[in-house]
Design a protein around this ligand. Structure first.
Ligand code: FES
Ligand code: FES
Length: 196
């Protein structure tokens, strides 16, 4: 009896998507996280581009909670569902939306015109979100490195980097200036002017 209980337990995959607990009995070993998110959960914000780890459109954040929480930006098209036991998955729907409230990572890429056709945007947003979860005060080199796996055919990257520069710190003469403070103030002044 104890043996059969163990066998039953080992066939269960338990993981979390945007805070929701999911239990899958006998999951298909060939199913990727991307297919599961899009087809089973209807979370189509995570895009299917190349399906081979080259474009970053499918980027999500995986978190493991051991002694310290660890966060990783990963390509969902390459992640087997069966590798996610006790892992927390965060998709672009999980961090904010127009209907609820945009996360600053979503808002700043929109305001800087860093999203044109928008196909790459969820992946870029999730790469930046994962970077900030691990390092709340990145420098520009950290930001550029975080996007190494994300391709954008429309923007030429400049507006994306301009938008996300607002999260970075620059160091001059021993002082640390949070660039975002300046740019956030500028955004707020513009918002103020735009409000009726
Ligand atoms: S769909 Fe292109 S990296 Fe996953
Ligand atoms: S906005 Fe079109 S691919 Fe990036």
């Amino acid at each position: 009896m104890a043996d059969s209980q163990n066998r039953t337990g080992s066939d269960e995959l338990i993981f979390f998507v945007n805070g929701r607990k999911i239990v899958e009995k006998n999951p298909d070993p060939e199913t990727t996280l991307l297919m599961y998110l899009r087809r089973k959960l209807g979370l189509t914000g995570t895009k299917l581009g190349c399906a081979e780890g080259g474009c970053g459109a499918c980027t999500v954040m995986l978190s493991r909670y051991q002694a310290e929480p660890q966060h990783y930006a990963v390509n969902a098209c390459l992640a087997p569902l069966c590798s996610l036991h006790l892992v927390a998955v965060t998709t672009v729907e999980g961090i904010g939306s127009v209907a609820r409230k945009l996360h600053p990572v979503q808002e700043r890429i929109a305001r800087s015109h860093g999203s044109q056709c928008g196909f790459c945007t969820p992946g870029i947003v999730m790469s930046m979100y994962a970077l900030l979860r691990n390092n709340p005060t990145p420098n520009m080199a950290d930001v550029e490195e975080a996007f190494q796996g994300n391709l954008c055919r429309c923007t030429g990257y400049r507006p994306i980097l301009e938008g996300y520069k607002t999260f970075t710190v620059v160091r001059t003469d021993g002082f640390v200036f949070l660039v975002s403070v300046t740019l956030t103030c500028l955004y707020q002044r513009r918002d103020h002017k735009l409000s009726p």
